[in-house]
Structure formats: structure tokens, C-alpha cells
Design a protein around this ligand. Structure first.
Ligand code: NAD
Length: 441
């Protein structure tokens, strides 16, 4: 099939490479010229496991091409997929300016029937607005498909190649058949394509992200109560997650959620609810608990060093919003680092992939380290903010001997408090007693 992918970011680039991998001819368009120049040379501008290999192989085969020329890409393709950004506006609603700009351009370019597929996350009801906008610009027939994307950064290629489900929202039988064919190569074990109307497809995306965010905020609230009563949230999490009706995913307490999706999708959902007269009480509470989670964690560190902030250097492990990505958008780690800097603390930080992006975002106010050990040297405490695999089994002896004070603040609950304590470290995490409840004094 001939496909035009508009947007070469996390979603567009992964989707384009995976669609090319299964034999389609894909032209990926982006307005960012330097990004396209680098991609044409096989240089992938984002970190995503396995993506570079996939992009380079499909570039070599000629099935994947990159351009800034939308006109040519639309002319050659039956399917035009939009994967441009939909960030939050200052009032919390979705900023659809990128989507609107592409739709306006496409409206002036159509020469024959095309299927417009919306992979960007857009508020419920956007399909009707876009169809009207396109109809006002062209008399050429087209179909519209709401096809929200569910891949997660850090495992995006795997998710696209083996999706849990694919949501297709369209009223057109013709578009439905083409989309079924497009996704058939990813459905060889079982068919996980769900067809529905565009309104429900748009809503499914927001409902899924709100549910996942709710689980995280819920677990954070339970963790705070654990701290008050002396329970261990790690036991509670396991006990809770073993119920098959609940399941164990997205029940990790810590510094809260961030990233390019959950925060903006939550505020957008609240905005949509309000515009229909609904208070969205539960989703607003999820948001409030999340804002408090990162502040509470940062504040705990400030309290520990109260009065001595300007003498303190913190070793920070992790800047990305989660493990497996270089994405720092709305990263709780960056939020905490900004707070530390506000309070006059110095920060030596290490992240396997997100260091340079964070350094720029923080106006070079931190010292970026080449590895995790270097960050520890001459620091007053270790602060763990991203759950990268390489932080999970540290050499506690080395941490203790390198730090000026043997103290860890773990915002991801990565370590066993007993092990840390045995190594002579003071260990602070979220929702766990520093001493096991069944341990004799
Ligand atoms: P991104 O910011 O990484 O990429 C967007 C790309 O679109 C950029 O490269 C930008 O230059 C390009 N672009 C913007 N306007 C353009 C135009 N007029 N013409 C051509 N290119 C244009 O964004 P992303 O993270 O890939 O997200 C894209 C959409 O997918 C968003 O709506 C997001 O909510 C949704 N989504 C993201 C994820 C994720 O994990 N990142 C997961 C599911 C859904």
C-alpha cells in the first residue's frame, strides 16, 4: 500500500518505519527540514529501542522515504496519516494548530480519493470539525478515519508491531476495508482490530490514558496513607495487583506521571468535560494528586537539608520522564530538578539518553555526568528520579563510599530498604517504612 505519514516524531517515525517493514511504500513528511535531512541519511533524531535499525533497513530497501514535500507525498499515497503534535494550550485544552495547518494544506492538494487517518490524539468531536474543514476546501471525495495510537515510548516499535488492539473509527465501509488490510500484517496471531464510530474511537484514547493515570495517582494516595499508618506499599501493591480483576500494571507509586501524553490528555479531557457541563471530578483529582506527588517528593529532600540548601549538591539519576526514552516533556524528574535549583541546591545528573535534552531545557544549570558513578562523587545525597534498568541493581557499597552523606531518596521505589540499610545507607522512598514492620529492634 502507498502511505503518506505526516509528522516524523515519536509516533510518526515509528509508525512509518513499522508500516514500511511489513512491505508498504511509506513517504514520511515533516516540516522540520533539518530532521528530514538527517533522516534521509539514516540518522534517527530520537531514542527509541530498535528504531534506528528499522529506519536504516527500510531506507536502504527504498520502501521508506523522507521529505518536506507534502504535495508529492499526498499525490502518491492512498492513505494519508496524521501524526503531528497536539500539545496543551495554556487553558489545558488541546492545541490543534498543527493538525489544522496540515488539514488546510491537504484540502488544497487533493486530486483524487484519499483516506485521511488521524493518529494524533485529538479531542472528542474533532473528526466532525476536520471533515467540515476539508469539505469546505475540496470537492474531491475522501474518507476520514479516527485511528488513535496506543504505543508507549520506550517500547514503541514492539507495541506497533504487536499491538494489544487497533482502534478504527470510521463510518465508511470502503475506508474500513482498506484499514483492515493495512493492519492485517500485525494481526497474524489473532485479529485485534476494533471497528467503531469516530466519536467513540476518539473517546477511547482519552479514556485509556485517564484510566492509566488514575491507577498511578490512586497508588500514590495509598502510598501516602501507608506512610502515615506504617504499612509497606510494596506489599500492598503486590497484594492488590494479584487480583485478576485489578492486575498489576501501572500501580507503581513514586514521583507521579509525566511525558508528552498523560498530562496533556488529562487536561484536555477535563476541558472537554467542562465544555459539556461536566465537572470531571475524578479526573481532576487524578491531576491534583499527580501535581502533589512530584512536589511532595522534592519537598521531602528540601526538608531533609533545611537551612543548608545552598551547601548541598545532589546526585540525580534519571531525567527522562520514564525509562527507555530520551523524552523529557513534562518529566517529573525535570520538575524536581527545577525545584532543587530554585532552593539553591546544586545538581550533578546522569541519564543514559536524555542528558543533553535536559541540559538544554534547564539552561545548562546542572552538571551533566558521563555515568552514574561520576554523579555520586562529592554529592550529599543520591536522588533517583527515572526507573532506568541500569539503576536497578546498583553497587550500594560504592554509592556509600562515593557520597559525602550515605543517603538515598528514591522516587521510583527501585531498591529493597533492607539491602540499602545493610550497606550503611539511609534510604527514603515512597510509601515504605525505612525499617521492615516485622523486624525486631
Ligand atoms: P512529536 O512532537 O514527537 O512529533 C510531531 C512531529 O510533527 C514533529 O516532528 C513536527 O515537526 C511535525 N509537524 C508539526 N507540524 C507539521 C506540519 N504542518 N507538517 C509536517 N510535520 C509537522 O509528537 P509525538 O510524540 O509523535 O505525538 C504525535 C501525536 O501522537 C500527538 O497527538 C500525541 O498525543 C500522540 N501520541 C503520542 C504518543 C507518544 O508516546 N509520544 C503515543 C500515542 C499518541
Amino acid at each position: 500500500m502507498k502511505i503518506c505519514m505526516v509528522g516524523a516524531g515519536y509516533v510518526g517515525l515509528v509508525s512509518a518505519a513499522c508500516l514500511a517493514e511489513v512491505g508498504n511504500e511509506v513517504i514520511c513528511v515533516d516540516k522540520d527540514e533539518s530532521r528530514i535531512t538527517r533522516l534521509c541519511e539514516g540518522v534517527v533524531p530520537i531514542y527509541e529501542p530498535d528504531l534506528e535499525r528499522l529506519v536504516q533497513r527500510n531506507l536502504r530497501s527504498g520502501r521508506l522515504r523522507f521529505t518536506t514535500d507534502l504535495k508529492e507525498a499526498v499525490r502518491r499515497s492512498l492513505i494519508v496519516i496524521l501524526a503531528v503534535g497536539t500539545p496543551a494550550s495554556p487553558d489545558g485544552s488541546s492545541d490543534l494548530s498543527h493538525v489544522d495547518a496540515v488539514v488546510a494544506e491537504i484540502g488544497g492538494l487533493l486530486e483524487e480519493y484519499r483516506i485521511l487517518v488521524m493518529k494524533s490524539t485529538v479531542p472528542v468531536g474533532t473528526h466532525a470539525r476536520i471533515i467540515t474543514a476539508l469539505r469546505s476546501r475540496t470537492s474531491v471525495p475522501f474518507d476520514y478515519v479516527a485511528n488513535p495510537e496506543f504505543l508507549k515510548e520506550g517500547g514503541a516499535v514492539e507495541d506497533f508491531m504487536r499491538p494489544d488492539r487497533v482502534i478504527i473509527g470510521t463510518t465508511s465501509p470502503r475506508a474500513r476495508d482498506v484499514m483492515a488490510e493495512l493492519y492485517a500484517p500485525f494481526m497474524r496471531k489473532s485479529n485485534r482490530v476494533l471497528f467503531m464510530d469516530p466519536m467513540s474511537a476518539e473517546m477511547t484514547k482519552y479514556a485509556a490514558n485517564a484510566m492509566l493515570a488514575t491507577r498511578i495517582s490512586f497508588m500514590n494516595e495509598i502510598a501516602y496513607l501507608c506512610e502515615k499508618v506504617g504499612a509497606d506499599v510494596e506489599h500492598v501493591r503486590r497484594g492488590l495487583g494479584s487480583d485478576p480483576r485489578i492486575g498489576s500494571a501501572f500501580l507503581f507509586p513514586g514521583v507521579g506521571f509525566g511525558g508528552s501524553c498523560f498530562p496533556k490528555d488529562i487536561t484536555s479531557l477535563i476541558h472537554t468535560g467542562r465544555s459539556h457541563g461536566l465537572a470531571m471530578d475524578l479526573v481532576r483529582a487524578v491531576w491534583r494528586v499527580n501535581e502533589a506527588a512530584r512536589e511532595r517528593f522534592a519537598e521531602r529532600i528540601r526538608e531533609y537539608f533545611a537551612g543548608r540548601e545552598s551547601d548541598v549538591t545532589l546526585a540525580v539519576w534519571g531525567l527522562a520522564f520514564k525509562a527507555g526514552t530520551d523524552d523529557i516533556r513534562e518529566s517529573p524528574a525535570l520538575y524536581c530538578v527545577r525545584r532543587f535549583l530554585d532552593w539553591g541546591m546544586r545538581v550533578k545528573a546522569y541519564d543514559p539518553e536524555a542528558g543533553q535534552a535536559a541540559l538544554t531545557a534547564l539552561n545548562r544549570q546542572i552538571r551533566l555526568c558521563a555515568n552514574a558513578c561520576e554523579a555520586l562523587d562529592d554529592s550529599d545525597a543520591l536522588v533517583v528520579l527515572t526507573d532506568w534498568q541500569e539503576f536497578r541493581t546498583p553497587d550500594f557499597e560504592s554509592i556509600r563510599s562515593r557520597l559525602k552523606r550515605p543517603v538515598i531518596f528514591d522516587g521510583r521505589n527501585l531498591y529493597d530498604p533492607g539491602r540499602a540499610r545493610q550497606a550503611g545507607l539511609e534510604y527514603h522512598c515512597v510509601g515504605r517504612p525505612s525499617r521492615p514492620n516485622n523486624e525486631c529492634e
